[in-house]
Design a protein around this ligand. Sequence first.
Ligand code: NIG
Ligand code: FE
Length: 426
Amino acid sequence: LSKPLLITGCAELLTLRGPAPRRGRALSDPGVIGDAALLVSEGRIASVGRRRDIERHPLARKAGKLDLGGSVVLPGFVDSHTHLVFAATRADEHEHRISGATYEEIAHAGGGILSSVRALRRASFEALEARALIALRRFAEHGTTTIEAKSGYGLDAASELKTLRLHRTLAAEQPINIVSTFLGAHVVPPEYRKRRNGADAYIDFLSRKLLPRVVKEGLAEFCDVFCDRGAFTVPQTRKLLTAARACGLGLRMHAEQLARTGAAQLAVELHAASADHLEQINAADIRAIAKSDTVATLLPGCGMHLGAHHPAPARRLIEAGAIVALATDYNPGTCPTLSMPMILSLACAQLRMTPAEAIAAATINAAYSLRRHDRIGSLEVGKYADLAAFNVADYREIPYYFGVNLCVLTMKRGRVIYSRGVGGRG
Ligand code: NIG
Ligand code: FE
């Protein structure tokens, strides 16, 4: 048994305690405790509250001590949408877009996702692993303790399985939790583009051949489809996701990013855990999502990187009562950031979310979308001691600053996985 740990020096501690998920005005109460302390035992929170109360806890006297020196402490970020595993950046396309080419034009010319597919198919497991490990360390440095990771740059059996098996290897060899999602239906692979009804044939292959293998090997917890213009249609998406649900997988969707196709309402119809992007949704979509348990996961990093000027209607979603979450969408094409603090800044500046709303969306609601809200996403007794400490005086300064990393310590299940000059506020 490991020794309990008493954590003090929390100028503010955001508990995010209370019922989950959060909708509407409930997003605005981060459950702040001033001069707080936490008692951690066996990787879980044994007690949390005012320092003078926690110090009197029977476990506190013999506990090890960690003084955060006046930091602001929150639950570790839950990044519920990433494309963790890829082989190469696409900085060349970024430059083309700056000169006027659009994301869809580049994709149409065989670049975009297909360029990442060519690179991933060629890359060795070890090369992909080395790149992903560096990224995972950076996630930790920015306060993230759990991520979702999608396949989808393989698009054939061998390369999709290579990616999903890598998720499992990575989960075992470093501290960040990885929730694996099968995104075989990212786009139609080159081999099928030459065929008549290639997209339908590929969906058929995924539903009947690859999906059962993925499930049999236990390689994914969720299935995702890029249901959008240039990718898969609503009927194709319905077919694959219905098969995935029958195999016991949870469902996620890339929905309404490039064009309004009805994807969001399909997500609601299928009781998907999450519908992500949602830049193009209309009033009826907002009503449908708000009435459902499908999380609206907003990804403002994409809009920023693509230079798009059509943000998702976050305020209307929140006011209608939708469960709103935030994630990075870390990927080489549309959002090469893994910084959740940066996403908070963008959510405030571009989606008009308040700092409190953005933090709830990036922690407890994101945990709900991964079906882990019973274990992570808030700092409450019995939950994992997954937390991040920031060198600021007030939690609103986390999204206020941007482009600098103010995270000074990250803890996963009671273990410090990153720290940098804790307590040395300048
Ligand atoms: O979430 N839209 C589809 N998938 C990614 C982009 C992937 C890529 O361009 O490589 C996204 O934005
Ligand atoms: Fe994505």
